[in-house]
Design a protein around this ligand. Structure first.
Ligand SMILES: NC(=O)c1ccc[n+]([C@@H]2O[C@H](COP(=O)([O-])OP(=O)(O)OC[C@H]3O[C@@H](n4cnc5c(N)ncnc54)[C@H](OP(=O)(O)O)[C@@H]3O)[C@@H](O)[C@H]2O)c1
Length: 360
């Protein structure tokens, strides 16, 4: 984290909806050390409401539960919670009944759920790529201080970060991606061990549709208050593999002008974003390019840039589409909780929502 000069007393109180799950636990660990935000409220299902967080959470991370958070009482996920800023790690169907009512009650909700990602009035954000889409917040029918912003699917985020500089530099004509997705992406308790071990499951419900449509929206242009999707087709094949964290994606692209691998490598390596400069969760270099012939690998590369950088390797010629490479991104950090924190930091740093403001 870049910012260390903030006293805890000045931190903005925040809550996490669905704090006991896989993504919720990542929020808890990241927020325990966050210079701008202070976690004061955690929610869960009927199973957990009224219990100490430390007892309700089936803790699955190597770091211990931060003691102050372990003592919080799990609350119901509903409008009227104390913090104005709420991060959502709710499942899709639960988010449907909770997130808009919270925004309409004056909460800013930054969500990981798929529920509202494609709603025309809701920004779907990769902060380095499409910060201009934050303008959609202004058109939402919510009271001052409220709003709803979303984080993309965990595979979409890494893919779109890699596609963005190439779309800008050359223009993408077509993309094909095969994902190898980690078990933590299935939440807690997740995939049964007898299905996961010694196996690859070539189906993740709803995932291919998300990976084929969300990048179009993120790389689309904002015109007259709506996003016009980028036009190129994406074909996705999504697989669950026996890796704990870190989604690997094998990508092939047809690019305008047929650039060679060296030009593609340069465009990826040079990518930086002024839109996230100085934000606490922003990695210094969002896309790390490796020259090793057998990288990226989940165990070796998922935590680079504190889990917020993606790693791209094996950039080479594709005999069918022109260019191919392999990318890796951490699914519960960059792909979920860390990505949502970065979205919130960007909103707060720009003072886009009354009542929530911090300077980088
Ligand atoms: N895992 C990833 O890599 C990843 C990445 C990006 C986005 N996402 C998205 O993030 C969201 C959370 O995913 P996850 O993997 O963390 O799922 P998870 O482990 O299953 O956690 C779900 C959370 O929602 C809570 N919940 C369940 N039913 C509820 C209800 N009826 N009312 C209130 N709370 C309820 C659970 O509380 P209890 O524990 O108390 O039951 C838990 O805190 C999903 O929408 C997912 O698609 C996940």
């Amino acid at each position: 984290m870049n910012d260390s000069a903030t006293s805890p007393a000045r931190r903005i109180p925040v809550g996490v909806l669905g704090a006991t799950g896989s993504v919720g636990q990542r929020f808890v660990t990241l927020l325990a050390e966050h210079p701008w935000f202070e976690l004061v409220c955690v929610t869960g299902s009927e199973r957990s409401i009224g219990r100490r967080y430390g007892e309700a959470a089936r803790w699955a991370l190597p770091q211990p539960i931060p003691p102050a958070i372990a003592d919080l009482t799990v609350e119901a996920s509903e409008p009227g919670l104390a913090p104005q800023l709420l991060f959502s790690a709710l499942n899709r169907d639960v988010a449907q009944t909770v997130e808009r009512p919270c925004a309409e009650a004056g909460h800013l909700v930054v969500s990981n759920a798929a529920t509202h990602r494609m709603d025309p009035d809701v920004p779907l954000l990769v902060p380095e790529v499409n910060a201009d889409h934050l303008a959609l917040l202004e058109g939402q029918a919510v009271p001052a201080g409220g709003g709803l912003a979303t984080n993309p699917n965990c595979s979409t985020i890494g893919l779109t970060l890699a596609l963005a500089p190439l779309h800008r530099a050359f223009g993408i004509e077509a993309a094909s991606v095969v994902t190898l997705q980690a078990l933590s992406g299935a939440g807690i308790p997740g995939v049964p061990s007898l299905v996961a071990l010694d196996n690859v499951v070539p189906f993740i419900g709803g995932e291919e549709d998300k990976v084929e449509t969300e990048p179009q929206r993120i790389l689309g242009t904002l015109a007259s208050g709506r996003v016009v999707a980028a036009g190129f087709p994406i074909s996705a094949q999504c697989n669950r593999v026996a890796v704990t964290d870190g989604h690997t994606e094998c990508v092939s692209l047809r690019l305008q002008g047929d650039p060679d691998p060296a030009e593609v490598r340069r465009a990826l390596m040079d990518f930086r974003s002024a839109d996230t400069a100085g934000l606490p969760s922003a990695p210094e270099v969002p896309i790390l390019v490796t020259e090793e012939p057998d990288r990226p690998q989940p165990r070796l590369d998922r935590d680079r840039g504190a889990g917020m950088a993606i790693t791209v390797g094996r950039i080479r010629r594709c005999p069918i589409l022109g260019i191919k490479f392999v990318l890796l991104s951490h699914n519960t950090l960059r792909g979920a909780a860390g990505g949502a924190l970065l979205v919130a930091e960007q909103i707060v740093s720009r003072g886009l929502v009354p009542g929530l403001r911090r300077s980088p």
